[in-house]
Design a protein around this ligand. Structure first.
Ligand SMILES: *Cc1c(COP(=O)(O)O)cnc(C)c1O
Length: 387
């Protein structure tokens, strides 16, 4: 292999790893989550991990290849580019594109052997007019009102099966309220499930042999594991956490977080009484403090809303609050109580350190969002390693 080829096939060279700020992925945690989720599913139902958005920030190629080794080989992504990246790195199995693909990109669906979602009947006509065979799954809208042909339009759904260039491998819907178990949301989810199965029955009555069916994402599997399907499109749960701290606590025993986020201490400084640190001189030391600059910032996905002591990091098992404003590439923290901290040390932003832990849920709560957003925004500049 030439150096050039090597650079193309290996996403990062080892020498760059852990240089500045990085993500560590636990293979054991991933394997554990795969086994636990599989055990929840009815016989014959397979995992179809959602590895969109760079596998929720974890690194799609690393995660998908690891999953391939664990015998998982069905995936879903948001767009063609994500699917193509997986293929270029040798990921095997079915890759379903959940979102919209512009007709200019239809050739890529064939080149990279991707399966496209049929967004509705009119999109089926667009796909068909490409003139070459395409593998598709039909999206059915049962209440999300985002993508999918409406479940009551059975004639149009049958019409999709009639397109001669479309090879229909699957049909699916998406549950919009399966994450909460209030009476109202349970009833709504049941109505979605019923409408979906009704479509399948009617298709069979019309003589269409129904391909693979799927409807659950993470919360669908956890809250409604008994639903009959061929695939479960799990995202967040596979990564070992749930969208909120409360849910993660509830399922905490059952899942293990895959991702840790770490960064180097770039410099340790004295801050004298009355001095300010960072942009806008927002933080002013009342008394003498010791502060450290970390080599990670909001461009790496660390929310800027953790500024001004809202967030904290762990160094040597000590909790060190954020000082002043999070910068694009750097963040200052207060290390006054940490005895031996020096340049080159490791700070933990998500994960365990000593007997302390900061979870993605903690960050999500501090930033006023859900873990899915925190994780999926972790930047491309971070190195990603499996440990
Ligand atoms: C993202 C996505 C999933 C995965 O959702 P999680 O809640 O992370 O498990 C499943 N299905 C569709 C259509 C999605 O867009």
């Amino acid at each position: 292999m030439t150096t050039e080829q090597k650079l193309m096939t290996e996403p990062k060279m080892t020498a760059f790893h852990k240089g500045r700020a990085w993500i560590e992925l636990s293979r054991e945690a991933l394997r554990h989550n795969v086994e636990m989720l599989k055990a929840k599913l009815p016989d014959g139902c397979r995992l179809m991990p959602a590895v969109k958005a760079d596998a929720y920030g974890h690194g799609a190629v690393l995660i998908a290849k690891e999953l391939n080794r664990m015998g998982v080989d069905d995936f879903c992504v948001a767009c063609v580019a994500e699917g193509a990246e997986l293929r270029r790195h040798g990921v095997k199995g079915e890759i379903l594109v959940l979102g919209y693909t512009h007709p200019e990109q239809f050739p890529l669906l064939r080149e990279y052997q991707l399966t496209q979602t049929v967004i509705d009947y009119s999109y089926a006509l667009t796909l068909d007019s490409f003139g070459k065979k395409l593998h598709v799954h039909i999206g059915i809208d049962t209440g999300m009102r985002r993508l999918g042909e409406r479940s009551e339009n059975i004639d149009r759904i049958c019409g999709i099966f009639e397109r001669k260039n479309l090879i229909v491998d699957g049909i699916f819907t998406h549950l919009s309220a399966s994450d909460t178990l209030t009476q109202q949301d349970r009833e709504f989810t049941e109505s979605q499930v019923n409408s979906f199965y009704q479509v399948i029955r009617e298709l069979e009555e019309h003589g269409y042999s129904c391909p693979k069916v799927h409807l659950q994402s993470s919360y669908g599997v956890l809250h409604y594991p008994e639903l009959a399907a061929d695939y479960a499109r799990v995202g967040i749960a596979l990564y070992g956490i749930l969208s909120t701290g409360e849910d993660t606590e509830k399922w905490g025993e059952f899942l293990r977080p895959v991702l840790s986020l770490k960064a180097r201490v770039a410099a340790v400084r004295e801050l004298y009484a009355g001095e300010a640190a960072g942009y806008g001189r927002q933080f002013v030391a009342e008394n003498e403090r010791k502060i450290a600059a970390l080599a990670i910032g909001y461009a790496d996905g660390l929310p800027r809303s953790l500024s001004g002591g809202v967030g904290a990091v762990l160094i040597d098992g000590y909790k060190c609050p954020v000082v002043g404003r999070v910068c694009m590439d750097q963040t200052i923290v207060d290390v006054t109580g940490v005895p031996h901290v020096r340049e080159g040390d490791t700070a933990v932003l998500i994960g365990c350190c000593g007997n302390q832990e900061i979870s993605a849920c903690n960050l999500a709560e501090q930033a006023g969002t859900i873990t899915n957003e925190i994780l999926s925004r972790l930047g491309a500049r971070l190195d990603r390693v499996i440990v």
